[in-house]
Design a protein around this ligand. Structure first.
Ligand SMILES: [Fe+2]
Length: 152
């Protein structure tokens, strides 16, 4: 398993370093989480089954289209809790996608207290890529903010 590092997974490290803990005393993510076989990377570029490359990052910019165009390949990211979208762009050689996959979090949890007065609701969902083509799987919530247990 390869995991893309995020502001969430690095929070403990950033706090420890901020308050003077030496990096040598900290366990790596895999050891800390009990997942020693998982590899953590800043970003990831994979070759898809259609031979094109795709760049994966936790969240580089609110505009994933710009990330994709800057990298010169398709791109996927999360982090932006209200964004579930696919944009397309092309050059004379190829067609590319830029996908924001929403999030999988409970906006009512204590971790997201900072968002309790937001007027927008987080968009839960996943993104998948089949044969080099992206697809979004929105997870529809009821009026209480609970998932209706159906993928559309
Ligand atoms: Fe994030």
């Amino acid at each position: 398993m390869i995991e893309v590092d995020s502001n969430h997974s690095s929070l403990v490290y950033r706090r420890a370093l901020k308050f003077g803990m030496s990096k040598e005393f900290l366990k790596d993510y895999g050891e800390f989480l009990g997942t020693k076989k998982w590899k953590w990377v800043d970003d990831l570029t994979l070759t898809m089954s259609n031979g094109q490359r795709c760049f994966f990052t936790h969240g580089r910019s609110a505009d994933i289209l710009k990330v994709s165009q800057t990298m010169g390949m398709s791109a996927c990211q999360g982090h932006y809790h209200t964004k579930l979208l696919i944009s397309w762009w092309a050059n004379p050689d190829n067609l590319f996608f830029a996908m924001n996959v929403g999030c999988l979090i409970n906006q009512k949890s204590m971790a997201f207290n900072y968002a309790k007065n937001f007027k927008t609701r987080f968009v839960l969902g996943c993104g998948i890529i089949i044969n080099g083509y992206p697809r979004l799987l929105p997870m529809v919530l009821d009026n209480k903010g609970d998932w209706i247990k159906t993928l559309v």
